[in-house]
Design a protein around this ligand. Structure first.
Ligand SMILES: Cc1cc2nc3c(=O)[nH]c(=O)nc-3n(C[C@H](O)[C@H](O)[C@H](O)COP(=O)(O)OP(=O)(O)OC[C@H]3O[C@@H](n4cnc5c(N)ncnc54)[C@H](O)[C@@H]3O)c2cc1C
Length: 415
């Protein structure tokens, strides 16, 4: 049996972020994954500024290594396409000027196949003196004992830890069985992803594209450009709507690519590579209890995906960092009680609460195509509102303001 202070289950972005932060704090930990890396994870492959900020906080050298990696594409913003086809481009930096060479030196987002990105993170873990990584170990049993958690895997693998960080993704059995959090179709998205080659018409600055097509509402279709002319193409829709409308998302994706009057032109010479695969997105549109005696949930296991954009990697990183900070505090005070761990819930609320609530409002809003079209029209023609949305990617205070109706009235009336 292995003994450790902290055991992390799952070495995806959330688990890797927790381990890298613990290593930085000089705390020994063990991280276990059922997969052997490199492994695929069905995803849109979009990495926002949150990921880069998080990695920079751990060690700017990691970002330098990522910047030099050939497997990712630099991206400078998001293109929203409303049901009436009106489009709005929002750059990730407020002063982004595509003709300014200095601005292009530092992209704020990347698109990067998870096969490569997650393997990059695992390689970073291997550099860490305080991290012990085990691959190919499927954890299937958790036993709370008086002095720690006994974590057991198939084939007799056993770890005893004072504290566990559960980072094993959307289908975590711990989340259901121990934390008592269950999938609710109105707080869950079903997503499918395909890789295509030779899609045309992508933005010159590699903006990722979210298309809110009338035929697909309340779902959305995305095209995220990848290196070498590739693209990650997918469809996401609230599970409640998928069930109610009895929609087959794979057929829906193929239908858009082959028959949508605008999209089909861009796929005229495109080729599908591999299969079209689906996976769940547990949304943070509902506040949940994500800690308990000697444990914390992070990333998808904690239901932290942004309900509007479907972005989960950034929040997995943020929660990994907050969990590592809580672990340090609990170890220092030798207090792993549920009451002590609840501080982690408060920290998650402080850092992500306002943003998740705003995104939940926006998610509801897109059900109304006319409102959405009008909103995009107003935003495109209102310099201040456009700037506000650009800043939203960086500034939490701006996001908080966005929750107040008076804020929009002030802007529209130019007050
Ligand atoms: C179709 C789709 C598109 C998406 N697009 C985007 C996007 O563009 N940008 C974005 O930011 N997010 C996107 N997301 C969300 C993103 O993929 C997740 O939020 C992110 O992967 C969460 O990271 P994680 O570390 O919590 O979980 P995961 O990445 O799922 O990692 C969990 C790890 O745990 C391991 N594991 C599972 N069970 C066990 C076990 N029993 N024992 C040991 N190990 C185990 C797995 O092998 C895996 O490595 C998308 C999701 C989907 C489904």
């Amino acid at each position: 049996m292995i003994f450790t202070k902290v055991c992390i289950i799952g070495a995806g972005p959330g688990g890797a972020a927790a381990a890298l932060n613990l290593n930085k704090a000089g705390i020994d930990c063990v991280i276990v994954d059922k997969a052997v890396f490199p492994r695929d994870k069905i995803c849109g492959d979009g990495l926002s500024g949150k990921v880069i900020t998080s990695l920079k906080r751990i060690d700017p050298e990691i970002v330098a290594r990522l910047e030099n990696a050939g497997f990712k594409l630099n991206s400078w913003g998001v293109r929203f396409v409303a049901p009436g086809r009106r489009q709005l481009d929002i750059g990730y930096r407020p002063d982004f000027d595509k003709d300014n060479a200095a601005h292009k030196q530092v992209p704020i987002g990347y698109v990067c196949k998870r096969l490569d990105f997650d393997n990059f993170l695992v390689e970073e873990l291997k550099r860490c003196p305080h991290v012990q990584l085990f691959e190919g170990v499927n954890i299937n049993k958790y036993t709370l004992e008086s002095d720690g958690y006994l974590v057991s895997g198939v084939d007799g693998f056993e770890i005893k830890a004072q504290l566990i960080i559960v980072a094993n993704g959307a289908y975590s059995s711990f989340t259901k069985e121990v934390a008592g959090i269950h999938m609710e179709p109105k707080h869950y998205v079903a997503g499918i992803r395909a890789y295509y080659k030779n899609v045309t018409g992508t933005n010159a600055d590699n903006f990722i594209e979210l298309h809110f097509l009338k035929s697909l509402l309340p779902g959305y279709f995305w095209i995220f450009p990848l290196p070498d002319g590739g693209a990650n193409v997918g469809v996401g829709m609230l599970s409640e709507a998928v069930r109610r409308k009895k929609i087959n998302l794979k057929k829906e994706l193929l239908n858009i690519v082959q028959n949508d009057p605008v999209i089909k032109e861009r796929f005229k010479d495109a080729q599908l590579e591999g299969t079209i695969d689906g996976y769940g997105l547990p949304l943070g549109s509902k506040k949940r209890k994500i800690s308990g005696e000697r444990y914390m949930l992070i990333g998808d296991a904690a239901y932290l995906i942004d309900p509007f954009t479907g972005e989960g990697i950034g929040n997995a990183f943020y929660s990994g960092r907050l969990a590592a900070q809580q672990a340090a505090l609990s170890l220092q005070n030798s207090d792993f009680s549920a009451a002590a761990m609840a501080r982690y819930d408060s920290e998650i609320e402080r850092v992500m609460g306002a943003e998740l609530r705003l995104s939940h409002k926006l998610q509801k809003f897109i059900k109304y195509p006319i409102l959405f079209d009008t909103f995009l029209k107003i935003t495109a023609n209102n310099k201040r509102l456009k700037e506000v949305f650009t800043c939203m990617f960086h500034e939490v205070d701006i996001r908080k303001k966005l929750l107040r109706p008076s804020f929009y009235i002030d802007i529209l009336l130019n007050r």
